[in-house]
Design a protein around this ligand. Sequence first.
Ligand code: CMC
Length: 425
Amino acid sequence: MTLMTEREQAQLTYRDQTFALPVLEGSEGEVAIDIGKLRRDTGLITLDPGFVNTGSCSSAITFIDGEKGILRYRGYPIEDLAEHSSFLEVAWLLLFGELPSTEELEAFDEDITRHSMLHEDFKRLFAAFPKDAHPMPTLASALGALSTFYEEPRSEKQIRQGIVRLIAKMPTMAAYAYKHSIGQPTIYPRNDLGYASNFLHMMFATPCEEYEVDPVVARALDLLLILHADHEQNCSTSTVRLVGSSQAHLFASIAAGVLALWGPLHGGANQKVIEMLEDIAAGGGSAKEFLEKAKSKDDTTRLMGFGHRVYKSYDPRAKILKQACQDVLSRMGGNSQLLDIAMELESITLEDDYFISRKLYPNVDFYSGVIYKAIGIPVPMFTVMFALGRLPGWIAQWLEMRNSPEFRIGRPRQVYIGATERRLS
Ligand code: CMC
């Protein structure tokens, strides 16, 4: 497949020389100057802290138009997938490029179901962590440990099996991490339950009591997983690609992605949003006062769940989640105070010049925490939920990188600004 077409050339004039640089165009019209040979031909490198203008790869997985608020997986709009698909169907789509047939989906589901147990020795690993350990580093450690239980997948067949193991075992690891943190015995997966329901069962059942999965909760969780499933070259995905580019073990690359996701400017924002809403509620609920702090240059407070490097309009995932919050809360009869505060914050920002001029809108993390809370997910587990959702995207990006004809180890350059040579004597 040709991923990009060569269009025309850009010219770079430096000192008294002009250099021609190829200009490539993606299938949705994104135009890029190819600087792959820039240093070889000119001695120059480019500088772009934060990779604001740097394309690190070509990819056929996810398309985002941040100006128009468009998100598509393999060409399918996120709105359609959210309405009509299941998480495992979307995982297959991301991994293999097409929606699965009924038979393929059934076989995939069965394969995942049959690999969800963890080796019994894992229990000792979880037991070694302090009770108040955050579940994100615990999950990352468990993923690292998984690579000691299974040899590195190399052939296509082994890689396929590695993918199934990851998708099957990650919910079990996440639930074990939670059970350890509250001092309860771990609960084995149940093969008669679907992916989201099984996770809820492992989180909330106890050996003394069955947990009856509420279908509204299971569907809400499945929707959340779909909405988080991929988002092209964000911080954690770029981490997975970079670590994987050294030909590190698949499981280790995913563990690195989990740790990158943990940060509050990335996936960790969903936990921070709910803490922010709870703080506002505890302080009497003044959204306006909080916003003044978020706008002030003398204060480091940010409105968590707002703003995005790529979206300069409303994040389409936030739009779906806002509606889902209203549906879930009305069907479950939960307390809507936090949703009310969130909606008040949003409506003030939409009229406020600070947010308008900087194009800051709610992102996926703004409303997700309200649903997680409504369906009973404990706050420290919010970012783990994001990781469960993002897993197929990380794997798909890893696979695409490893199979790409452009494959090379990732190794950015720098502009050195330190001391020039000096001697001890
Ligand atoms: N609250 C207040 N001001 C903000 C916010 C915010 N949430 N986000 C950006 N700004 C301001 C920022 O201060 C800067 O103002 P100025 O031009 O006066 O210096 C301007 O907007 C541009 O911000 P930036 O930090 O240069 O933008 P960025 O593209 O580097 O950062 C971001 C993007 C998502 C890290 C940032 O918007 C942010 O910190 N948001 C809050 C954390 C958050 O919700 N993260 C989740 C992101 S989406 C899901 C995910 O990736 O996991």
